[in-house]
Design a protein around this ligand. Structure first.
Ligand SMILES: [Zn+2]
Length: 384
């Protein structure tokens, strides 16, 4: 009897203890990362999504409820300092209990350097078929990086602005708001540049080499697989009781993403050589993975409206390279695109790197990649 009571007490204790730890408290930043985490946690719990669909992680700022979620989190999964810039300075303070897992830092991830100035050379398609090996692309990207700029100083300068923007929300928000108020140009731009130069200098001290990495790593499904593995490992360390579930979920996810990747490669083959312009340089990983032919971006900094000179530059680029399509993004002002397309034969399309219209959850990521491919094909294919 005594044994029975004891074991009852023990098992009751276990039940309440495991109820308390059954689902680790996990916060994921953007819906793509949240989706990968959701897949790994399937059957155990649900991560919290920090940045809701439709918001750009470049311009997001934390709400009080976000701070609450972060303060309780045991694991925070984010893309990295290049993307969720609002977290960079404060993550340790905001999420003191949590392990921080940055997608850009996980094992097995493919990283590409940022492309400067928003005017790039197209990829050579010498790697026929689906076997776009990483090494080849890296070499190629390096080439484009070295030889692709007409106007190197200008490009560099723009690029600094982008990074500076990345780290200094306050300055940039101010400048941006000002800029929007009076759609005006030269005076504001000068102001803007001053701010950005300052903040860039500051930024360098803190982050050094990270500056060279393009942070939009989630748009290569193989990177999503690498993230899933790292998430399963991190969760298993926090919650060993469910390690087998995390491992099984991760393997199923890797298989599903492998199929998605192969199917996407096949679908995009027909349009791989068709030149196009994107709104901001968010798609390099997608382009590199599927051998696509982006030749430039309308803006070099996601929240700074391009001025008249930039618009002329892009219009020339469309002509020179025979760009068939210019893609807008739902997170940014469409009127810029209207100006770019004026007098051009290029069509307009929409690409959404964060997936504003897709429901968050495990199925989000495959839907995001599929929708990007759909939207590319819709604008780039000969039939359309
Ligand atoms: Zn971006």
């Amino acid at each position: 009897m005594r044994v029975l009571v004891q074991s009852l007490i023990v098992s009751l204790g276990l039940v309440s203890a495991s109820a308390a730890v059954a689902a680790p408290k996990v916060t994921a930043t953007i819906p793509a990362v949240h989706s990968i985490v959701s897949g790994v946690m399937d059957g155990v719990g649900t991560p919290k999504l920090l940045i809701p669909g439709g918001a750009s992680p470049h311009t997001y700022s934390l709400k009080p409820s976000d701070a609450q979620a972060l303060s309780e989190a045991e694991l925070v999964v984010w893309v990295g300092p290049q993307i969720e810039t609002f977290l960079v300075e404060d993550l340790d303070t905001l999420a003191p209990k949590a392990k921080h897992l940055a997608m850009t830092g996980v094992d097995g991830i493919t990283l590409l350097e940022i492309r400067e100035g928003g005017i790039w050379d197209a990829h050579d398609h010498d790697h026929g078929g689906h076997d776009h090996d990483t090494h080849g692309h890296k070499e190629h990207d390096h080439d484009a990086h070295d030889h692709g700029e007409h106007d190197h100083d200008h490009a560099k300068h723009d690029d600094h602005d982008h990074e500076a923007h990345a780290k200094h929300d306050d300055h940039d928000h101010e400048a941006h708001a000002k800029h929007d108020d009076d759609h005006g140009h030269d005076h504001d731009h000068a102001k803007h540049d001053d701010h950005d130069h300052e903040s860039h200098a500051k930024h360098d001290e803190h982050h050094g080499h990270d500056d060279e990495t393009d942070g939009h790593v989630w748009l290569d499904p193989r990177n999503a697989v690498a993230l899933g593995k790292a998430v399963a490992d991190a969760l298993s360390a926090i919650d060993p009781d469910n390690a087998a579930t995390y491992a099984a979920n991760q393997q199923a996810q890797a298989a599903q993403l492998g199929e998605l990747d192969a199917a996407t490669a096949t679908r995009l083959e027909a349009v791989a050589d068709v030149p196009f312009i994107v709104f901001h340089d968010a798609y390099q990983y997608f382009e590199a993975r599927y051998g696509l032919s982006a030749v430039g971006s309308v803006t070099v900094s996601p929240d700074v409206a391009p001025g008249a000179a930039r618009i002329r530059e892009i219009q020339e680029r469309i002509k020179d390279r025979g760009a068939k399509c210019v893609f807008a993004e739902p997170q940014f002002e469409p009127r810029v695109l209207t100006a770019v397309l004026e007098g051009s034969e290029a069509k307009s399309g929409v690409l959404d790197p964060v997936g504003a219209d897709i429901d968050p959850g495990a199925a989000f990521y495959p839907a995001l990649i599929t929708k990007l491919a759909d939207d590319m094909i819709a604008c780039l294919s000969e039939q359309s």
